[in-house]
Design a binder for this molecule. Structure first.
Ligand code: NAD
Length: 472
């Protein structure tokens, strides 16, 4: 049985508890590797290692930190297959998804390695009697707590900018999917990241996440995961008066007007079901369609998702709890009298029945108050609603507690932009506009606050200091 230990101070460390947690391959339900069951004393060790290493790292010239980040990117690329395999073992993801996630994990380090050399403080003109400037200074030790849906990717999204500006990190991956983040830390050390700058403590949220967030030497928290946990971590951060980035869920709309290029809009809507089997916080899962083409679009999207093959085009639910949660949504929907246009069940036979696979699902014409229309399902499930005009489309798009992302499809580009400006969401793509590492990402409303990606993330992990010198 493979066991994954913590990575602390540049080496593997066994859990103080001596205990390990089981993992499962969700594609087959076969038992997988065990991961260290961390506890508060492991957290103490990791935070101490981070605190000791951080000041020297912060004082290095940006070019030197940048060079190390480039070498980490090289190492991720060189070990892409190994990282992907570790991720597959505990997530069941399909190869294309794994490739994309590992590639963008490396790209985060590459991007922030570049930005770091070009972006720092600014000078402020207060007249000829002063020399006044700002510096981006690190917080010190940053806690990075990540979920199971895009494990390595979400870790790198936070780690790269946090390390770039001179912080040390203690990462707490999901107990279901820790292996790739642990290997990343080893690779980073081997690539020249000084010991103690990236520590990974595995274990549950309660046993590791909570003491980590509450640790007096942790000066900032970056969290990705559920609203409920986000609230708990925000309460700890409020008590300690430290900043926290909350990247929580979504119920993001995709608005399709009758004059849109329907082929592309349909493909994008179906893509939101296939991509990581809908286990993506920014998945556009509320399909709002102009009434005159609603039924046609529903039919085409349903046809398209029905052709998706489990294990080929999409993977299983990553955890058994998530699998049960999605099936619970289907049961509730049935009790409310909702009938899916396609899907709405697990697989009863064949290889997919062995794993936590859920059939790609579309519920058409769902009332806006239905649970399925309001809650994040986090599975391969779309709900659709017709709208009469632009005003109603906007009202429906904003009729959610969340505000992470949105998409608009229209042949009238001005209308697309009008809607983009009035939808309450952190990212809006019009007619398939690209959203990448360069584009800041984060929530409005209950999707959280703070920004990942882009130059903005560098500022999240740095605090601005003003220095002013009188010249006479
Ligand atoms: P979660 O919030 O419980 O877990 C996310 C991370 O937080 C994990 O590392 C977990 O161990 C840790 N954690 C849990 N409780 C904690 C606590 N009290 N203190 C500190 N850390 C804690 O999320 P989940 O249970 O894995 O998933 C539940 C739901 O969250 C999903 O159904 C989905 O709707 C949503 N989700 C959203 C995202 C996203 O990217 N926004 C990712 C995963 C899950």
């Amino acid at each position: 049985m493979t066991r994954h230990d913590h990575w602390i101070g540049g080496k593997t460390v066994r859990p103080a508890s001596g205990a390990y947690l089981p993992t499962v391959d969700p594609a087959t339900r076969a038992p997988g590797a065990e991961v260290a069951a961390g506890s508060a004393s492991d957290v103490d060790l990791a935070v101490a290692a981070a605190s000791a290493a951080q000041p020297r790292w912060a004082r290095l010239p940006a070019a030197e930190r940048s060079a190390v980040l480039h070498r980490i990117a090289d190492a991720v690329e060189a070990h892409a297959d190994e990282l992907a395999e570790l991720e597959r073992e505990c997530t069941g993801k399909v190869p294309a998804q794994l490739r994309m996630e590992v590639e963008s994990s490396a790209a985060y380090f590459r991007y922030y390695a570049g930005i770091l050399r070009a972006h720092s403080g600014r000078t402020i003109d207060l007249g000829d009697g002063n020399h006044t400037y700002t510096r981006l200074e690190p917080y010190g030790v940053v806690a990075v707590i990540t979920p199971w849906n895009l494990p390595l990717n979400q870790a790198c999204r936070a780690l790269a900018p946090a390390l770039a500006v001179g912080n040390a990190v203690v990462a707490k991956p999901s107990e279901f999917t820790s292996a790739s983040t642990l290997l990343l830390a080893r690779l980073a050390t081997e690539a020249g990241l000084p010991d103690g700058l990236l520590n990974v403590v595995a274990g549950t949220g309660r046993a590791v996440g909570t003491p980590l967030a509450a640790h007096p030497a942790v000066r900032r928290i970056a969290f990705t995961g559920s609203v409920a946990t986000g609230r708990q971590l925000a309460a700890i951060a409020a008590d300690r008066l430290i900043p926290v980035t909350l990247e929580l869920g979504g119920k993001s709309p995709v608005v399709v007007f009758a004059d849109a290029e329907l082929d592309r809009a349909v493909a994008a809507a179906a893509g939101a079901v296939a991509a990581n089997a809908g286990q993506v916080c920014s998945a556009t899962t509320r399909l709002l369609v102009e009434a005159s083409v609603h039924d046609e679009v529903v039919e085409r999207v349903s046809e398209s998702v029905t052709r998706l093959e489990p294990g080929v085009h999409f993977g299983p639910m990553v955890t058994e709890a998530q699998y049960r949660k999605v099936l619970g949504h289907f049961a509730d929907a049935a009790a409310e009298g909702l009938v899916p246009a396609t899907g709405g069940a697990a697989y009863e036979d064949g290889p997919a029945a062995r794993g936590f696979y859920v059939r790609p699902t579309v519920y058409a014409g769902v009332p806006r108050w239905a649970r399925l229309a309001r809650e994040e399902v986090f599975g391969p499930v779309l709900v659709t609603m017709p709208f009469a005009d632009e005003d109603q489309a906007l009202a429906l798009a904003n009729d959610t507690d969340y505000g992470l992302a949105a998409a608009v499809w229209s042949g009238d580009v001005a209308r697309g932009l009008r809607l983009a400006e009035r939808i309450d969401a952190g990212q809006v793509a019009v007619n398939g506009g690209a959203l990448t590492i360069e584009t800041p990402f984060g929530g409005f409303k209950q999707s959280g606050h703070g920004r990942e990606k882009g130059i903005e993330a560098l500022h999240e992990y740095a605090q601005t200091k003003t220095v002013s010198l009188a010249l006479r």
